[in-house]
Design a protein around this ligand. Structure first.
Ligand code: FCB
Length: 507
């Protein structure tokens, strides 16, 4: 099923970012090109802590990730984001790279720890950086897509309970307004949260991410407060300017039973769907927690943190939903002999991210895997987009984007410093094809952001995992566009996928 693109055109440095649907004839013959819909946005994503460095410059103070990364055994190799890709100092060169690739849009996050280092006092120098970045992007014709929270809560707020504390919702709203004060006239798309599943359940329940707690009740409280912060910020920004495009990004899975004829496996898949997808989708789009989820997590205190009126705030209508997709999963009621029950990155003790994880076991499938051990499952993306569109986005009139998708591979430069990452190129091609399959099935997907523009700090995995279409040499900070980056540039320039119609790619 995996197809490798046959056309590898060299990127054109002069490629102008455009959302026009007109294919550039020089790149691939029209007959073998599968075009993107008119206006389809092709971009790439990063996040502040993963690339910026300058951890204590211009007033920035510790976020929960600075603290967590210094805890012995929390991150592979003891890696921290102190320097990362040094993007804070090299952002101009990085924007030039984006222009060279022809990106329509760049999805980045603002570091809360840079803007409100103590959790509430606005640091003008922190905002200065994002203003410089946004102006540089606009000057290069790359449209900025801003995420307010990609996991770097100021440590000062964590010291007061972090996302388990209701007070954090108001601090987040004040922070969002401060960012809007500065950038509201130049940035049109504002997403509140990146992947609240990870902030809440990897951070407060699994112990794999900052702040490293292993408490099911804390994860649920954090999830609720994150969503409340999202809804409150959407309301506040819409009050300011109702022409903004507002929303959030969720990482969603496709939960399939290992044996669809076994009701216990079907129930295991249902539980994961509830605790990963519907725990966020239902409050946001339907103003209620799913009843089966409430049953599963009964006794874990969720009812104590939900107050009257919260769900009305959380379900404030949104303009855009970002879907992050890496893989789906096969679930069973019994463990697989070769699969770990909890997926630890380091020797640090961890538990399942699911607050009610009993009787839920993931089984490996005969699929290719990336260096993260993640299964490569492009067809899952088609099914996911069809489902989210039909059940949530279409009824709400919300636009759908894929805001992250990508793969880590252990690529190394050759003798000439070039990176021939054919597996990543195939991954990119196949997932864009999966999106076009969803489009053909009637899902109006509006765009795609590859994760990531640059190799960067992959959280608990430190610098051991490379997701970039641009290689970063962490000693010299030299950037090199990988073969996958060149292939992506050619796709963007052509406004279509090489390889022809879906029938040619089919099984
Ligand atoms: C997502 C995160 C992103 C990156 C990718 C690989 O969960 O949003 O920061 O780490 O995974």
């Amino acid at each position: 099923m995996t197809t490798t693109p046959t056309t590898e055109a060299t990127p054109t440095t002069e490629a102008t970012p455009t959302t026009s649907a007109t294919p550039a004839p020089a790149v691939a013959p029209a007959a073998s090109l599968r075009p993107f819909p008119a206006g389809f946005v092709l971009g790439a994503a990063t996040a502040a802590y993963q690339i910026e460095g300058a951890a204590h410059e211009d007033g920035r103070r510790d976020s929960i990730w600075d603290t967590f990364s210094r805890e012995p055994g929390a991150v592979l190799g003891g890696d921290t984001g102190d320097v990362a890709c040094d993007h804070y100092h090299r952002y101009r060169d990085d924007v030039a790279l984006m222009a060279r690739l022809g990106l329509d849009s760049y999805r980045f996050s603002v570091s809360m720890a840079r803007v409100v280092p103590d959790g509430h006092t606005v640091n003008a120098k922190g905002l200065d950086f994002y203003e410089r970045l946004v102006d540089e992007l606009l000057g290069a014709g790359v449209s900025p897509w801003l995420t307010l929270y990609h996991w770097d809560l100021p440590q000062a707020l964590e010291d007061r309970g972090g996302w388990t504390a209701r007070e954090t919702v108001d601090r987040f709203t004040d922070y969002a307004l401060a960012v809007h004060d500065r950038l509201g006239d130049r940035v049109r798309t504002w997403t509140t949260l990146n992947e609240p599943f990870c902030s809440a359940f990897l951070g407060y329940t699994a112990g794999v991410h900052a702040p490293g707690h292993t408490d099911p009740a804390a994860g649920l409280a954090a999830a609720h407060h994150l969503m409340l912060g999202h809804g409150q910020v959407v309301r506040a920004l819409r009050d300011r300017d109702d022409s903004l495009s507002l929303g959030l990004t969720l990482n969603l899975t496709v939960a399939d039973p290992v044996d669809p004829t076994d009701p216990r496996d079907v129930d295991a898949a249902r539980r994961v769907d509830a605790q990963m997808n519907r725990v966020f989708l239902d409050p946001i789009f339907r103003g209620a927690y799913p009843s089966d989820l409430l049953e599963d997590v009964r006794g874990l205190g969720l009812e104590r943190v939900v107050r009257d009126g919260d769900l009305a705030v959380i379900s404030t209508p949104i303009d855009v939903l970002g879907v992050n997709y890496y893989q789906g999963e096969a679930l069973s009621h019994r463990p697989h002999p070769d699969a770990p029950v909890t997926e630890a990155v380091t020797a640090r003790p961890v538990r399942s991210p699911f607050p009610a994880a009993d009787g839920v076991f993931r089984h490996p499938r005969p699929l290719a895997t990336t260096a993260m051990g993640w299964e490569v499952q492009p067809e899952g993306l088609t099914r996911l987009l069809e489902r989210v569109h039909a059940e949530y986005a279409a009824p709400a009139g919300t636009e759908l984007y894929v805001t992250e998708n990508g793969a880590a591979f252990a690529d190394e430069p050759d003798g000439d410093g070039l990176v021939h990452d054919a597996a990543r190129t195939a991954f990119l091609h196949d997932h864009l094809g999966a999106i076009l399959d969803a489009v053909d099935a009637g899902v109006p997907v509006r765009g795609y952001f590859y994760w990531s523009l640059l190799d960067n700090y992959e959280w608990a995995w430190g610098y051991s995992q490379r997701f970039g279409i641009v290689r970063v040499d962490y000693d010299s900070q030299e950037r090199t566009i990988k073969d996958s980056g060149h292939a992506y540039a050619a796709i963007i320039a052509a406004r279509g996928l090489p390889g022809g119609s879906p029938a040619a790619d089919g099984p």
